[in-house]
Design a protein around this ligand. Structure first.
Ligand SMILES: C[S@@+](CC[C@H](N)C(=O)[O-])C[C@H]1O[C@@H](n2cnc3c(N)ncnc32)[C@H](O)[C@@H]1O
Length: 232
């Protein structure tokens, strides 16, 4: 067994999760592809087996239990495929969409998904552009990690989520961002429903779970420059 798979298996087992061998080997296949491509194109700084097992794979699947069966899940700013790829491997029932603006990262997600034998739709576009088209308010769940501060991220993600759906924001320390995002949450009809804490000592990661309680005014999302310059 590779060091990566050993680390990942230990993390899952310590936390009462026992994924099938097939899921572990799919994660390993994706990881190996990531390490190989990362030698040529800088996709991520986290490639050491232990770090990648915790920070990319285990971290990504933390909120899997709150995602409804068969949900359409969009990941805004997937980068090298996190969290959407480990989520899709763990939860084969979901319909997974990666929304990523950088072409080389989109190409990698396609390549890695093939190696892991999973079906991930890759949309090489900006989230705010996607939300102005037919996919607006069409996803059951939108996830996002390491893309922007919460009040900015909320305006990128909420317009993609259907009424009654979920927005899952992966965050480290979150208290200040959450306080600053109060107005954004109200404006975008997002209600904090839960905070999931990763059960790993010395690794303070959380997933903020918001429920979208109503449709949005068509004026959101605004242009990216405006979202960043005057966050809600
Ligand atoms: C720091 S990386 C994080 C990648 C990944 N989510 C992770 O946690 O490893 C942020 C990614 O978000 C993408 N991104 C930033 N703003 C975006 C937007 N408005 N729409 C789509 N992708 C975006 C960037 O191209 C970049 O790949």
């Amino acid at each position: 067994m590779s060091e990566f798979t050993q680390e990942l298996t230990a993390l899952f087992t310590e936390n009462g999760l026992e994924p099938a061998k097939r899921r572990l080997s799919q994660m390993e296949a994706y990881y190996e592809e990531l390490v190989a491509v990362n030698r040529m194109h800088n996709l991520t700084a986290i490639t050491a087996p232990k770090d990648a097992a915790l920070r990319h794979f285990f971290d990504s699947v933390a909120p899997q239990a709150v995602i409804p069966e068969g949900a359409a899940v969009a990941d805004v700013g997937s980068g090298a495929g996190f969290p959407i790829v480990p989520l899709k491997i763990m939860r084969g029932d979901i319909r997974a969409t990666a929304v990523e603006s950088a072409g080389k990262k989109c190409a990698f997600i396609e390549r890695g998904s093939k190696a892991a034998e999973i079906d991930v739709e890759v949309l090489c576009t900006r989230a705010e552009e996607l939300a102005r088209g037919p996919r607006r308010e069409s996803f059951d769940v939108c996830v996002s990690r390491a893309v922007a501060q919460l009040r900015v991220l909320a305006e990128l993600c909420a317009p993609l989520v259907r009424q009654g759906g979920l927005f899952l924001a992966y965050k480290g320390e979150y208290e200040r961002e959450l306080a600053e995002a109060q107005n954004a949450a109200e404006t975008l009809n997002l209600e904090l429903a839960d905070i999931i804490k990763l059960p790993c000592e010395g690794y303070a990661h959380h997933v903020l779970v918001f429920r979208k309680t109503g449709m949005l005014s068509p004026k959101y999302p605004r242009r990216y420059a405006q979202i960043v310059k005057t966050p809600l």
